[in-house]
Design a protein around this ligand. Structure first.
Ligand SMILES: Nc1ncnc2c1ncn2[C@@H]1O[C@H](COP(=O)(O)OP(=O)(O)OP(=O)(O)O)[C@@H](O)[C@H]1O
Ligand SMILES: [Mg+2]
Length: 530
């Protein structure tokens, strides 16, 4: 009988020989021939093996969309890995105080369900696509493989996988940290770099309670959101993709961005802040939107400035303005578009937000914000696309009361009556009111801040009066200039007409003289004949 040492000796020699031949095989056998050999090798294994393998890839739809099944399996396996896997990957969690462990690449763990043992393998494959310029840039593609005995095929497919996906989804929701995403330019889209979106934890403190606006309007929005988030079956019944569009419009500082944060906190959704100017074309836009998850808000801020999406109407308006010689209003943001950079078109955007592509994953809210709603193409904001149009207006008394409660913790004051009147007469944004109300030092109490607001409102009113006067003056000057120009044109026209008349008369007279001379010459000839 062989001793243990001898057995190790034989095994060691065998392994060394195997590794030697494997190295020779890899080095000298051409890649296409190796692929051929490996294909038949796997086929042969399939004939003799009692085990069934199922592969779950990280991306589905030819790499376009992240697989939800893969994410659920990863969550499920992470919960098992801490106790079972030999090699773990550690990730930081929400508060980065504790770590979450998951299965490392090329690791395996065993799971047991209703007395049946299965094995999970985590795999990663590095592929090297050839770029246009001959440079190689590698990508990592991950997948899990589930391996089990073929006699349990029915149970695994019907019951076990359902259990894994359900548990994984629940773990994902429990561990979920809400994120604020921003899109990367397409050069950074490889998974080993930053992917299509970069994210940071979303911790905006705004809520509907702290949002200053008309309470009735606020209640209406909250009800609409609740109905939407619970409306899966309803949307299915009426045959509409489960998404809703919000258009937030109003002057700067009236709380449009704050409202988005409040909606995200209210529904517990992620936020995708889509910067359209960095999106190269329509197809890139589709890919970006496909890579967003459900339970999210997709935001395009200042849509009127993002791209030239305002269509023919804008061009026409600009032409009209040029004709009038009108200057652009102060504060009006110019489109920050470089035509060479982004080729996203209006129809491309419409297609992405409510074409067939938009229905690929549900429970999404799309929000556009703008300061100038009249500048937008009606096609972009029609109901069905932007279902709810919300005007964020200057601060009125009801909104002021919310701000006073938030910033000064008071619900009433002797000057409230005066403030109410003044707010009706003055256009002041909630951002300006909030800034005026905020105590600037420990010595400042509510009384000082409220009085400061009254003073600021008076100053604003005076400023607005002066501005209106100036505008009136400018308008009158412009009108006078227009009238003068019209009079000059009329005078010029008259003068031209008179000149033309004179020319005609002169011409006729000259013609008359010529014919008289001709008549004379005939007479003379007659005379000479006679
Ligand atoms: N309605 C509001 N309720 C509470 N706070 C507000 C409100 N509006 C503005 N604020 C305050 O003013 C700041 C600026 O507001 P926000 O950025 O939401 O304005 P906006 O309408 O998005 O402006 P812009 O059009 O310039 O993007 C916020 O941080 C918030 O503190
Ligand atoms: Mg904003």
């Amino acid at each position: 009988m062989l001793e243990t040492g001898a057995i190790w000796g034989i095994t060691g020699t065998t392994v060394t020989s195997f590794m030697f031949f494997w190295a020779i095989y890899k080095q000298y056998v051409p890649a296409h021939f190796r692929a051929y050999v490996e294909r038949y090798f796997h086929k042969m294994i399939g004939w003799i093996s009692y085990y069934v393998d199922i592969k779950f890839t990280e991306y589905t739809d030819e790499g376009l969309k992240r697989s939800q099944a893969y994410d659920s399996i990863r969550n499920y396996l992470a919960s098992k890995s801490t106790a079972l896997a030999k090699r773990l990957k550690a990730n930081e969690t929400k508060n980065s105080k504790s770590l979450v462990f998951s299965m490392d690449d090329h690791e395996e763990i065993e799971d047991e369900f209703e007395g049946v043992k299965v094995k999970w393998y985590s795999n990663v494959k590095v592929i090297q696509p050839q770029s246009n310029y001959g440079q190689r840039s590698s990508e990592e593609r991950r997948h899990f493989t589930l391996s089990f005995h073929r006699r349990h095929r029915g149970m695994i497919i019907e019951t076990y996988l359902d259990h894994v996906l359900r548990e994984g989804k629940a773990i994902g929701l429990m561990n979920r940290e809400r994120k604020l995403y921003t899109n990367n330019s397409s050069q950074e889209w490889y998974p080993w770099r930053s992917g299509k979106w970069s994210n940071v934890p979303f911790h905006h403190p705004a809520t509907f309670e702290t949002l200053a606006m008309d309470p009735e309007k606020k209640e209406g929005i909250k009800k609409d959101l609740i109905k939407f988030s619970k409306g899966k079956d309803y949307y299915e019944k009426v045959g509409k993709p489960w998404k809703r569009g919000y258009l937030l419009f109003g002057p700067p500082g009236t709380g449009k961005s704050t409202m988005i944060a409040a909606i995200a906190n209210f529904l517990d959704y992620d936020v995708y802040d889509l910067e359209l100017t960095t999106v190269k074309d329509n197809s890139e836009l589709k890919k970006l939107l496909l890579d967003t998850t459900s339970k999210s808000i997709i935001v395009i801020e200042d849509i009127d400035c993002s791209l030239d999406l305002t269509g023919q109407r804008k061009k026409k308006k600009e032409e009209d303005e040029e004709e009038d010689g009108e200057e652009k209003k102060e504060g009006e943001k110019k489109p920050k578009v470089d035509d060479k950079q982004s080729k996203v078109t209006l129809s491309g955007l419409l297609n992405s937000i409510d074409g067939l592509w938009s229905a690929c994953s549900g429970e999404k809210i799309i929000v556009f914000t703008t300061n100038f709603v009249d500048k937008l193409d009606p096609a972009l904001i029609r109901r069905g696309r932007m279902d709810n149009h919300i005007e964020m207006s200057y601060c009125k008394f009801e909104a002021f009361k919310v701000l006073a409660k938030n910033y000064l913790e008071i619900e009433t004051h002797d000057l409230y009556g005066e403030i109410e009147r003044k707010l009706e007469e003055t256009d002041m944004s909630p951002a300006d009111v909030a800034e005026t109300l905020m105590p600037k030092s420990d010595e400042e109490d509510a009384d000082i801040c409220i009085k400061r607001l009254v003073k600021t409102l008076e100053e604003e009113k005076e400023k607005a009066r002066k501005l209106a006067e100036e505008e009136e003056k400018k308008k009158a000057e412009k009108e006078a200039k227009k009238i003068k120009k019209a009079e000059e044109a009329e005078e010029k026209k008259k003068k031209t007409e008179e000149d033309e008349k004179k020319e005609n008369v002169k011409g006729k007279e000259e013609n008359g003289n010529v014919s008289q001379q001709n008549g004379n010459s005939i007479d003379l000839s007659k005379k000479s004949d006679s």
